[in-house]
Design a protein around this ligand. Structure first.
Ligand SMILES: Cc1ncc(COP(=O)(O)O)c(C=O)c1O
Length: 336
């Protein structure tokens, strides 16, 4: 929880959009940037190392920083060599998720979500996995909580040799019984885009416990350096300026997420009983606060258009279609 008493949770709704940046951190960011300006080291430096170490301290897994989510996804999909293979992907996600697989040369097959959590349904996952025999699957932690079926989907993937990648774009600050996003499957990918709970403007982080994958990611983001250019990566590096901002943002993350959790618990939960209700032991980072009643003060829906509607309008995913019409987001922004 924020130690600053001026950060009162008792705000009149709705909260206006604000990038989660605490003014108390301004001096430190400027000092780090001033140091960089005088350092002659604007890439591949100590800020990147510190940012990755700071991320690992929260996430519990080795972390590799990227220019954005898409760069990290390209590197992971390259490691698993998905070209010509099938990738399973929830339809209820941002276009980035299936497009990353298509751009890697894979075939994409969609699966449905649950209504309660908006995330991948175990029952439909198994049905589609039996039918399409995927080499790799995505699960997406929609809205900042962890997919309720993650354990069963991860167990199924392990038993059937399906690589499982967690799209953690929304999930910074989340955990379930102490386990952080990205630790359930083979790897996780976070986004640090400008609207996310923790942002550096543009950026991404891949986490994995697999040392071979970690080495691949480090090489891929740098044109294959370190692999005698055998790994055919491109430039997906994160520069020192954004890495420095990332160090400061991740150190402030417990305050930012703690504030959102308190605001959710004390202000929003009593107002919105018909909402995504978290199972015992789960904490959300509250990228979104999702309710199932139409409300006047809303930031709209997480996604208006399910992905299967973009690629194959004749396909049917009943829960995804229900979710697209029946959820709304209540503004929840760390006040600055
Ligand atoms: C679920 C999901 N995956 C991936 C992305 C892509 O992230 P980035 O903008 O960092 O490439 C987003 C972006 O909002 C997202 O919502």
């Amino acid at each position: 929880m924020s130690g600053d008493p001026s950060r009162n949770i008792d705000h009149p709704a709705p909260l206006p959009f604000s990038v989660a940046f605490d003014p108390r951190d301004e001096e430190e960011v400027i000092a780090r940037w001033r140091g960089l300006l005088r350092s002659n080291k604007w890439s591949h430096g100590a800020e990147l190392d510190e940012f990755e170490a700071t991320w690992t301290a929260w996430n519990g897994l080795p972390a590799v920083a990227f220019d954005n989510w898409a760069g990290a996804a390209a590197a992971i999909l390259d490691f698993f060599d998905v070209a010509g293979k099938t990738v399973l992907c929830p339809s209820n996600t941002f276009l980035a998720t299936p497009r990353s697989a298509l751009r890697a040369g894979a075939r994409v097959e969609f699966y449905d979500c649950n209504r309660e959590d908006l995330c991948g349904s175990y029952a439909d996952f198994v049905e589609k996995a039996e039918r399409h025999k995927p080499a790799l699957a995505y699960i997406v932690h929609i809205g900042g909580h962890i997919a309720f079926d993650i354990h069963r989907i991860a167990d199924y993937c392990r038993a059937h040799q399906i690589a499982l990648i967690e799209d953690c774009a929304h999930a910074v600050g989340a955990e379930w019984d102490g386990v952080k996003p990205g630790a359930f499957g083979d790897a996780g990918i976070f986004s640090l885009y400008a609207t996310k709970t923790i942002s550096i403007g543009e950026g991404g982080v891949a986490v994995t416990a697999n040392p071979d994958l970690e080495r691949h990611l480090r090489s891929y983001r740098d044109y294959g350096r370190g692999s005698q250019y055998r790994i055919q990566g491109m430039n997906h590096r994160l520069d020192e300026f954004r890495a420095a901002l990332g160090v400061v943002q991740m150190r402030r993350m417990p305050d930012i997420v703690g504030w959102k959790q308190q605001y959710a618990r004390e202000v929003l939960d009593p107002r919105y009983p018909n909402r995504v209700t978290l199972p015992a032991g789960m904490a959300s980072g509250y990228y979104k606060y999702i309710v199932f009643d139409e409300i006047p003060q809303t930031t709209g829906r997480v996604y208006e258009l399910p992905c299967h509607n973009i690629f194959d309008p004749s396909a049917q995913f009943p829960n995804t279609e229900w979710v697209a019409k029946n959820h709304w987001c209540v503004p929840i922004y760390y006040p600055t």
